[in-house]
Design a binder for this molecule. Sequence first.
Ligand code: SF4
Length: 69
Amino acid sequence: MNIVVDLNRCQGYAQCAFLAPQVFEMHGEEALMYLPVPPEDQLERVRRAAAACPVQAILVGEEAGADVR
Ligand code: SF4
């Protein structure tokens, strides 16, 4: 399972870093670092983070696959 964060869309609200700190991490005010292939045991948290992102910048699984270049 892979994820993609649309960093153009991401506004650095850090909801994801709060909900899944092992996968998403804020560096400074707006720079988001994340694991493109999160561990399986983090998937539930990742889904919650994706649902909570105010700008729907987090794409999970099939959504992310369609977006990979
Ligand atoms: S919750 Fe969404 S907007 Fe906020 S830091 Fe995460 S990806 Fe970016």
